[in-house]
Design a protein around this ligand. Structure first.
Ligand SMILES: C[S@@+](CC[C@H](N)C(=O)[O-])C[C@H]1O[C@@H](n2cnc3c(N)ncnc32)[C@H](O)[C@@H]1O
Length: 288
């Protein structure tokens, strides 16, 4: 296991993933009934932008850094509707930083989930890497709603589904280090769906020009899973060995009105994050 998310936290792919996650959690929280967040690849929860890792790549500057100025002030999107859709994510970014200073911290998926959920909601964060697991567990020792585990993500997904609340969101966010990770990720989604067909699942994928994203999306389309939405943001055209040109999410059972609102977000967000010719997609891979 070589992957450490600290090198990448706050990059353009994190912005897309976390803006969508924050909206999805917000929509689930509209109903009184409690729900559960299951984060199968949780990372460390909260990332320092001053860490050696962040400093080495400075990836966050072309993600988070395009949405905030040096004093931590909002660089608002040109489109008002799109800017409003960023609010839940922005509020949480600002909640972990001090007012009037440059940003120092970036909330990962666990921290966003903790901040956006209610006293009766429950959270399971799973992280396999020993050091990252320890950091994550340390962050939430006092948070009674959170359980932190350290198993293979596949096992974590199976073991936690269906949740007792029968409502919830499952984030599958693998590092895609291995050639067959697309196959493993889709298998995880299918196994999870089999146990919890009414749950919301979010599977993140990278677009790098190696064909993985097309294979994964096509396999998802053929999987028999219903109500499956794809959102993808390319900050530049993908090229072989050209790095992370974009990313996407396959979202099963997107909570209303996520599918309807995303087309209002993507033009302005892609314009802000672009590093060349940007493009975006919001598309149903499978209907009801
Ligand atoms: C992309 S990062 C997660 C980022 C996090 N979800 C966020 O959005 O803030 C992927 C994480 O999965 C962990 N990981 C890698 N292989 C795993 C496995 N087989 N089971 C569980 N976690 C794994 C890595 O250590 C890494 O921290």
């Amino acid at each position: 296991m070589n992957y450490r998310h600290a090198y990448h936290a706050g990059n353009h792919a994190d912005v897309l993933k976390h803006v969508v996650l924050a909206r999805a959690i917000g929509h689930l929280a509209r109903k009184d009934k409690p729900f559960r967040v299951i984060d199968a690849h949780a990372g460390i929860g909260l990332y320092s932008l001053a860490s050696d890792e962040a400093g080495k790549t400075l990836e966050w500057r072309d993600g988070l850094g395009r949405l905030y100025d040096g004093a931590g002030g909002r660089l608002v999107l040109d489109d008002e509707t799109a800017e409003t859709l960023l609010s839940p994510w922005r509020d949480m970014v600002e909640a972990v930083n001090s007012r009037g200073q440059g940003l120092e911290w970036y909330p990962g998926s666990p921290e966003l989930s903790v901040l956006l959920t209610r006293p009766d909601d429950r959270l399971v964060f799973n992280e396999l890497h020993p050091e990252d697991h320890e950091t994550l567990a340390g962050l939430y020792t006092r948070e009674k709603r959170v359980r932190v585990t350290q198993t293979e993500a596949t096992i974590a997904v199976k073991a936690n589904l269906p949740p007792p609340e029968r409502r919830g969101i499952v984030l599958i966010d693998p590092p895609f280090e291995r050639r067959d990770d697309d196959v493993r990720a889709l298998a995880m989604l299918q196994q999870g769906y089999k146990r919890f067909a009414t749950g919301c699942f979010m599977l993140w994928y990278p677009v790098t020009g190696d064909g993985l994203s097309q294979r994964l999306v096509e396999a998802a389309r053929q999987s028999g899973i219903a109500r499956m939405l794809q959102v993808e943001l390319m900050v530049r055209p993908a090229a072989m060995s050209g790095g992370l040109a974009g990313s996407g999410l396959i979202i099963v059972n997107p909570p209303w009105p996520l599918a309807e609102e995303l087309p209002g977000l993507m033009p302005a967000l892609s314009e802000r994050l672009r590093q060349g010719g940007a493009s975006w997609t919001v598309d149903w891979l499978a209907g009801e």
